[in-house]
Design a protein around this ligand. Structure first.
Ligand SMILES: CCCCCCCCCCCCC[C@@H](O)CC(=O)SCCNC(=O)CCNC(=O)[C@H](O)C(C)(C)COP(=O)(O)OP(=O)(O)OC[C@H]1O[C@@H](n2cnc3c(N)ncnc32)[C@H](O)[C@@H]1OP(=O)(O)O
Length: 243
């Protein structure tokens, strides 16, 4: 088992693959990505430590979301930059866009907006899953950019998701499900006719549609990660369609 990987250009920039060819990432882009990935690894580590401390000190998950929400909101919202990064790294805008938007939606339009569900166990489930995933993922990118990638981080990046992805999705779906009665009762974020715009919108049914949208979308994200796993861990050459 190799302890590290060395395949960078070694000239202050990092080479990325595009359509089987190598494309050079400029020094500025490399420096920015190293900074971004270190900041994100640190942010999610701080979140993980804050959650562990809260649970050890209080012995309950009640109030945990409230106590860590600022860190979560900051770093998860910061991840919107990943859609911009697609212009320079070899990754899909579509896959990244779905992944990031579903997380932003969970943080701001579910957990932040509906205080009544913040103490659900399912919230803790997706928080723990996201935290483990992101510490692994961002440290993977950081070490990769520095051309010193410990094998166990690479292994963790492309194996943990097999369990964590379904667990995270379960946490998210159960949380949205728990929010439904409150949303129905209050009519929050809904627009009823008649109104001056002459449009109606029902957040309750929107949430049901979001839940059903996991059925076609999640398997595609999961299969994408399985393909990445085969490519990175087993060296398979995979030809992917453009977005
Ligand atoms: C408005 C309402 C919206 C509602 C939508 C509802 C949709 C519901 C369906 C969605 C369900 C998602 C649920 C989700 O939130 C649950 C969880 O996340 S649970 C936690 C477990 N999850 C995971 O483990 C998966 C995490 N997701 C991913 O990893 C993603 O697929 C993605 C973030 C998109 C990463 O995929 P990517 O294809 O980029 O894979 P790689 O990591 O292998 O990277 C490919 C190459 O790009 C380089 N790269 C990418 N980012 C960086 C970076 N920041 N810095 C440096 N380099 C980067 C990477 O090195 C690879 O390069 P190369 O191929 O050359 O080696």
């Amino acid at each position: 088992m190799a302890s590290s990987e060395e395949d960078g250009s070694g000239n202050g920039s990092v080479e990325e693959k595009e359509n089987g060819k190598k494309r050079s990432l400029g020094a500025l882009a490399t420096a920015w990505l190293i900074f971004y990935n270190i900041a994100m690894t640190a942010g999610w580590l701080v979140l993980g430590i804050a959650m562990a401390r809260f649970y050890i000190q209080r012995g309950t998950h009640r109030g945990l979301f409230r106590s860590v929400q600022k860190i979560l909101k900051f770093f998860q919202t910061f991840a919107l930059l990943e859609v911009v990064h697609c212009a320079v790294v070899h990754t899909s805008v579509l896959v990244t866009g779905v992944q990031v938007s579903s997380r932003i939606f969970m943080v701001w339009f579910i957990a932040h907006s509906i205080k009544q569900i913040q103490n659900e166990e399912s919230v803790i489930l997706f928080l723990v899953v996201w935290t483990v995933t992101e510490i692994t993922r961002y440290s993977f990118y950081t070490f990769n950019l520095l051309n010193h990638l410990p094998y166990f981080i690479k292994w963790a990046r492309y194996n943990f998701f097999i369990i964590l992805y379904p667990a995270g999705v379960a946490g998210e779906l159960l949380t949205i499900y728990a929010a439904l009665p409150y949303v129905k009762k209050t009519g929050m974020y809904s627009l009823r006719l008649p109104n001056k715009y002459n449009v109606s919108f029902d957040y309750y049914y929107f949430l049901i549609i979001v839940m059903f949208s996991y059925i076609p979308l999640f398997p595609q994200l999961y299969l994408h990660m399985l393909r990445q796993r085969r490519k990175v861990l087993h060296g398979e050459v995979i030809v992917e369609k453009d977005d």
